[in-house]
Design a protein around this ligand. Structure first.
Ligand SMILES: Cc1ncc(C[n+]2csc(CCOP(=O)(O)OP(=O)(O)O)c2C)c(N)n1
Ligand SMILES: [Mg+2]
Length: 533
């Protein structure tokens, strides 16, 4: 057994089943250890995608996601995906395979200081050294899996990988648990909820990592709390719930702000300000925050109380308290939902982006997984989509990087092969990551890849219009739309120009043997009305 074998055995013992990346000569010893040791190496088209796929694996599998790159440009490419796990708090192990130890720091092809590169976007960046492999890899796994979860970088010189192992495979475990919040703090929170006449809960992305998401619903139902969510937290409670008021700070956000500002208490449940800072929308409504750590708020925010500690435990205590009552009427909430959804779908003569999104929702089974990307479509999807289950709505909203959607879908299909999944992305995002289509084909994933082709970097176009800049540098395609070629990299491609055709194409693609690219030729002019209203 060499050190690469020891690393792989340690990662495998932690539950890691595959790793995403792109090799070079320096990576080969680790890849050979993966082949022998039973961790599948998944070749991606770009290391950034390897990072995004590992981020999503970390969210879905209960073990850290694994991504691998060579030195220098491999490492810098990988960094784009590692940053996602950093701001969005997904457990990840990112390994760079380096030159031999005696070459590090010299002026040699591709070499840069990986530790300086990864320091601002990881929980730790560690050297793998002879005789300290087991303890370093174990510490990295424990750190990645401890709250707040996140990425840990490991640098592996080639001579270290090939050297005989002098240690045994360590037992897994050792993660640091979050202490429960003081019971008096939870009791004070309960008093505030009981005293409020118009409380609204806002569930955020920390709540994605609770062990038992049903506790969120129990708290909401126990105290009759209307609830909104951030983009990433959608689906933690079925949005068909009578107390659901939808997503905040996305398309038609002014409608949501009006409701939130009519509250007399905002209850942040696992609300992480990385998605959107409180001061953007809360005005002077009192804030009660319940999370693993204190919120980062501007001085203007009226934070009346904060409960910091293990979130499952705080939620369990709140759910067991006597029921609170408030003055919200079921009809008012239903009316709000109806008005919000109506405003999101302005009438258009042509095939609109919102009609396309509804068509995909109709085609995807209730429990299906949606992965999407970053653009105006993100705003529209976040407000418009109805998410029914935890971890069924996958996006980056802390890092907010284009290029997330397609690798996220690949990771979701690998983690949960039986669950239907759709990837729904903008044309700009598709152009950034279309090589991953070939990866989905190699893995034989039944995956509809729906491209919302509006010929623009739509979000930036909307911002140019709003800020009265001329439209410049944001048009992706000036020519009239032409149907796609028969295939990209051997993956069938179809063009659709209506909601019905899109729904049918997604339905067929969900049962196809491999991926299908579906280009939906949409008119996104309504974004100027719905996005950034
Ligand atoms: C890596 C990266 N580069 C740039 C941006 C800024 N940005 C956000 S959305 C967007 C346009 C996305 O275009 P498209 O995929 O066509 O989606 P649309 O806005 O048209 O829905 C850009 C350039 C970003 N978020 N991430
Ligand atoms: Mg676009």
């Amino acid at each position: 057994m060499n050190n690469a074998d020891l690393i792989v055995a340690t990662l495998k013992a932690a539950g890691i089943g595959y790793g995403f990346g792109i090799p070079s000569g320096n990576v080969l010893p680790l890849m050979e250890a993966m082949r022998k040791g039973g961790i599948e190496f998944v070749l991606t088209a770009h290391e950034g995608s390897a990072g995004f796929a590992a981020d999503v694996s970390g969210r879905l599998t209960g073990a850290p996601g694994l991504c691998i790159a060579t030195l220098g440009p491999g490492a810098t490419n990988l960094a784009t995906g590692v940053g996602s796990a950093w701001l969005d708090r997904s457990p990840m192990i990112a390994i760079t395979c380096n030159l031999n130890t005696d070459q590090l720091g010299r002026r040699i092809q591709m070499w840069i200081d990986h530790h300086a590169l990864f320091k601002p976007i990881t929980k730790a960046t560690l050297r793998l050294e002879r005789g300290r492999i087991a303890e370093t890899v174990s510490a990295a796994i424990a750190l990645a899996m401890s709250e707040p979860m996140g990425p840990v970088h490991l640098d592996l010189p080639e001579d270290v990988a090939l050297a005989p192992a002098t240690e045994t495979v360590p037992a897994s475990g050792g993660r640091v648990v979050v202490e429960p919040a003081p019971e008096a703090d939870v009791a004070r929170a309960a008093e505030l909820i009981a005293a409020a006449k118009r409380p609204v809960a806002v569930i955020g992305s920390s709540a994605m990592r609770v062990a038992d998401p049903s506790l969120l619903r129990k708290v909401i139902e126990r105290h009759g709390l209307p609830f909104a969510t951030t983009t990433m937290a959608k689906g933690l409670i079925d949005e068909d719930h009578r107390l659901s008021v939808g997503c905040i700070e996305r398309a038609c956000r002014q409608i949501q702000r009006k409701l939130l500002r009519s509250a007399d208490l905002i209850v942040g449940l696992g609300y992480d300000t990385i998605e959107v800072e409180y001061e953007a929308w809360i005005d002077n409504v009192p804030l009660l925050q319940i999370d693993i750590e204190p919120p980062d708020v501007a001085p203007s925010v009226n934070l009346v109380h904060h409960v910091g500690g293990d979130l499952d435990r705080s939620l369990a205590l709140l759910a067991a308290l006597p029921a609170a009552t408030n003055r919200w009427a079921a009809q008012a909430l239903a009316d709000h939902r109806r008005a919000f959804h109506q405003a999101l779908r302005p009438e258009t003569k042509s095939f609109s982006a919102h009609a396309a999104i509804d068509a995909v929702r109709r085609a995807l089974p209730h429990d299906g997984v949606l992965t999407f990307d970053v653009g105006a479509h993100t705003h529209q999807i976040a407000s418009q989509w109805t998410a029914h289950a935890p971890k069924s709505f996958l996006i980056t909203n802390g890092w907010s990087s284009m290029g997330f959607g397609l690798p996220a879908a690949i990771a979701a299909k690998l983690a949960q092969p039986k669950l239907p999944a759709v990837c729904l992305i903008g044309d700009g995002c598709f152009q950034m990551t279309c090589g991953e289509v070939a990866v989905a084909k190699r893995l034989n994933l039944s995956l509809p890849i729906v491209v919302l082709d509006d010929k623009w970097l739509g979000l930036i176009k909307v911002k140019q219009i709003r800020r009265q800049f001329p439209l410049y540098g944001t048009e992706l395609q000036a020519e009239d739309y032409r149907d796609p070629p028969a295939h990209y990299f051997g993956v069938p491609a179809v063009g659709v120009r209506s909601a019905d055709a899109l729904e049918a194409a997604v339905g067929a693609a969900l049962t196809a043997k491999g991926p299908t690219v579906i280009e939906a030729m949409v008119d996104s002019d309504h974004y100027i009305e719905t996005v950034y209203d």
